[in-house]
Design a binder for this molecule. Structure first.
Ligand code: ADP
Ligand code: DAR
Length: 358
């Protein structure tokens, strides 16, 4: 149970106001006026402001600090969520375009590291939410079981090279979980920010992972989001990884799943940093020279890319290998976000070679 689970909106807001060094977008944007405007509102899924701000109020080191209690929170608590969304995604207006995945038969790029010198592996993921269920703070154990059932039934309809099997976390051996996590296939319950937001309530009930026979298409069920569709493989063939994901999204949209969307925000997710395209394309890439250079962060900012450790957000790099991905997900199309990542990775490769004197 989250440590701040028993604190109400007023008590949580007092904690936020008492934070001295927090740089979270919640702290920056939840002004007294917006707090007053939102504090007594309740969403259609019975979500309260406390459900949205609990993680950031209990964790001063949060980057974002706020989650949506449910899809309707993006309407009910729009004054604070819109401010955080504009700040994170660096947009002045909320006017997300219609989905556009580009022409996967003519992408114009393929393997970003044909010499297999730097890129260890490539992954592209999107998040999707069922439009009839809330997000972790308002979900019951029964909701999680129902969502898992709906998801399993739709995943079972996948055919051809996407066909595979669903593995619930309930009953999965610790050894299997550890191996799948070490191989970057499976998620774990170690994110303290997500825990405080109710992301691990009723764990591991309703959680699980689907993967196809080749283990290069995966679906996470009820991790941070209701669904994460993931295409990944060793090496740097971004074109192949992306094309597989686009085909899978098309197949799953025909399977009967109904996804939560909002006109000016695109696809809705638990965290406002992920909505819109919800697309994060990443490479695990060996960049010891660039990573050690004093301008590494500025370099990433210039290309709108983000560096993470190799075991997910808030983890460390290992052996000079970093997770490099697009940062922007809102205000651009899926193919635009992918191209922005590709340009960033190509610049990273060129700069690393330059620093290594190659
Ligand atoms: P996301 O928000 O996209 O799920 P995380 O940072 O939480 O990203 O990472 C989720 C998991 O995916 C972690 O185990 C991470 O190691 C793995 N991962 C991310 N990018 C890659 C990649 N390019 N190759 C292999 N594994 C990856
Ligand atoms: N850790 C939370 C959320 C940041 C975005 N990452 C997500 N959603 N996985 C924070 O406020 O830092």
């Amino acid at each position: 149970m989250a440590s701040g689970a028993n604190l109400n909106t007023e008590q949580l807001y007092e904690k936020l106001c008492a934070q001295k060094d927090s740089k979270s977008l919640l702290k920056k944007n939840l002004t007294p006026e917006i707090y007053k405007e939102c504090k007594d509102k309740v969403s259609k899924f019975k979500g309260k402001l406390a459900d949205c701000i609990r993680s950031g109020c209990m964790n001063p080191e949060s980057g974002v600090g706020i989650y949506a209690s449910d899809p309707d929170a993006y309407t009910t608590f729009a004054p604070i969520l819109d401010a955080v969304i504009k700040d994170y995604h660096k947009v002045d207006t909320l006017n997300h375009p219609q989905p556009n995945f580009g022409d996967i038969a003519n992408l114009g790029f393929g393997d970003l590291d044909p010499g297999k010198q730097m890129i260890v592996s490539t992954r592209v993921r999107v998040g999707r939410s069922h439009d009839s269920f809330g997000f972790p703070p308002v979900l019951t154990k029964e909701d999680r079981v129902d969502m898992e059932k709906v998801s399993k039934e739709c995943l079972a309809k996948l055919e051809g090279d996407l066909a595979g099997e669903y593995f619930p976390l309930t009953g999965m051996s610790k050894e299997t979980q550890t191996k799948l996590t070490e191989d970057h296939f499976l998620f774990n319950d170690s994110d303290r920010f997500l825990r405080e937001a109710g992301g691990y309530d009723d764990w591991p009930t309703g959680r699980g992972i689907f993967f196809n026979k080749a283990k290069n298409f995966l679906v996470w069920v009820n991790e941070e989001d209701h669904l994460r569709f993931i295409s990944m493989q060793m090496g740097g063939d971004l074109g192949e990884v992306y094309s597989r994901l686009v085909k899978a999204i098309g197949a799953l949209e025909k399977s009967g799943l109904k996804f939560a969307k909002k006109d000016n925000l695109g696809y809705l997710t638990f965290c406002p940093s992920n909505l819109g395209t919800t697309l994060r394309a990443s490479v695990h890439i060996k960049i010891p020279k660039l990573a050690a250079s004093p301008d590494f962060k500025e370099f990433c900012d210039k290309y709108n890319i983000q560096a993470r450790g190799i075991h997910g957000e808030h983890t460390e790099s290992v052996g000079g290998v970093y997770d490099i991905s697009n940062k922007r997900r809102l205000g651009l199309t899926e193919i635009d976000a992918l191209q922005e990542m590709r340009r960033g990775v190509e610049a990273v490769i060129a700069r690393e070679k330059e620093l290594a004197g190659k």
